[in-house]
Design a protein around this ligand. Structure first.
Ligand code: AMP
Length: 396
């Protein structure tokens, strides 16, 4: 892996693609600065070598139009405060002003370019646009894992203009190592927990990870498609009727790969999809007609706990209950506890993909697992076995 660790940036101007697509409130103040915090080590390394940093990112979806709402000037103070240094700003990403600002940059200084998506060419992966950007620096660093699954001008196309001076930033390196542990190099037993609402969105992931894992825990809404396919009564629980055959196929494939599959054995059911609905616990395949399963039951939690405490590598994607409703969050909280405990015992745990990342942050598990991925789509595509364009561009 070509990372910035192997390069001396002294007197170099590094063009660093970051993902500062941060959430903002109605006054455009940054409400979660995780994405800025996570690239600080990369910026620090380049500056401490005696180089300078030109940060480029997109923010929101301005669709090729210049707009005040999506200007990066609104996040400038937060960027400077997180990086702990002054940050210069130029109100364009290509053009005379950008060139002058980049030319004037001294070692130890940081420049932030205006939103790349003010130009349609960015998302189109336009080569001429990428070439103009490339003129601003003399080496290229990609530390934008969150957009690494996009073949955009600044995330992939630009790399060709730096055949021997293109590198992964430290955040990209961490993300790629974490995925590699789950898919290739991690200690066994490897356990994957897949939850969430639908099996259809996770099929490619399941197929890709089966050769790499030892245990597969299937929870949440998607488990009911499996339970029904196996002949269980699921009442009004969420189900994908057209995926029943596929569920059986997945279970057969798991057997061929000697993967032990754990479905919930009991379930918290409700008479309505509502936090205040009446609740009961039943065996998983015995849900009465008008009821629906909304959380893993206590027996299931215990079984999952045993599997996790005996695992050395853990991947978690997707909640195993409707954790957004407090009365149906206990199963996912118990799972978080088990993963935290396994991590304490020395397992490597990776949490990746939308809702489980939201869960670990909201419920305070982010520091109790080994790694929380910063990229939703990019993480899922990596788990599907796809090579991300942003990764291929540096490796190629
Ligand atoms: P996904 O986006 O497919 O990963 O699904 C995440 C969503 O699945 C979360 O919003 C959960 O509330 C939801 N979910 C988890 N378990 C269930 C369930 N038993 N019934 C309905 N939705 C569920």
């Amino acid at each position: 892996m070509k990372t910035i660790k192997d390069f001396d940036f002294k007197n170099r101007k590094a063009l660093v693609r970051v993902d500062f697509n941060v959430p903002q409130d109605e006054n455009l103040k940054v409400t979660d600065n995780t994405r800025i915090v996570s690239v600080k080590p990369t910026v620090d390394k380049i500056l401490s070598d005696g180089g300078s940093v030109i940060l480029m990112t997109h923010l929101g979806r301005p669709k090729g139009e210049v707009s005040d709402q999506y200007s990066l000037k609104h996040i400038l103070d937060e960027v400077a405060s997180v990086l702990g240094r002054p940050v210069k700003f130029v109100e364009e990403s290509i053009g005379d002003k950008a060139e002058q600002a980049a030319a004037k940059l001294l070692p130890g200084e940081i420049l932030l370019l205006e939103n790349l998506r003010f130009h349609n060419e960015e998302e189109k992966g336009d080569e001429a646009f990428a070439e103009k950007l490339s003129k601003l620096g003399d080496c290229y660093v990609n530390d934008a894992f969150g957009t690494a699954h996009r073949a955009h001008a600044s995330t992939a196309v630009i790399a060709q203009f730096f055949p021997s001076t293109k590198f992964f930033g430290l955040l990209m390196e961490k993300e790629l190592i974490a995925i590699d542990k789950v898919l290739h190099s991690g200690e066994k037993p490897v356990t994957a927990i897949l939850g969430g609402s639908k099996v259809s969105t996770k099929i490619t992931i399941i197929e890709n990870i089966l050769p790499a894992i030892d245990n597969l825990i299937i929870g949440g809404g998607m488990s009911f498609t499996f339970i029904k396919a196996l002949g269980g009564k699921i009442g009004k629980s969420i189900v994908e009727e057209d995926k029943l055959g596929l569920a059986i196929e997945i279970l057969e494939k798991a057997k061929q790969h000697h993967v032990e599959v754990y479905l919930p054995s009991d379930v918290v059911i409700a008479d309505d999809f509502n936090n205040d609905a009446e609740r009961k616990i039943t065996e998983i395949g015995e849900i009465p007609e008008d009821w629906q399963g909304l959380d893993a039951g206590p027996k299931s939690r215990e079984i999952f706990n045993d599997v996790l405490l005996n695992s050395r590598t853990i991947l978690w994607n997707g909640p195993i209950g409707v954790f957004e409703m407090p009365n149906f969050a206990a199963g996912t909280i118990a799972l978080g506890d088990s993963i935290a405990e396994a991590t304490k015992l020395g397992a490597f745990s990776l949490v990746g993909g939308g809702d489980s990342v939201a869960f670990v942050k909201q419920f305070g598990y982010a520091d109790k697992v080994s790694y929380v991925s910063t990229g939703g789509g990019a993480m899922l595509e990596s788990l599907e076995g796809l090579e991300l364009p942003g990764v291929a561009a540096i490796n190629g």
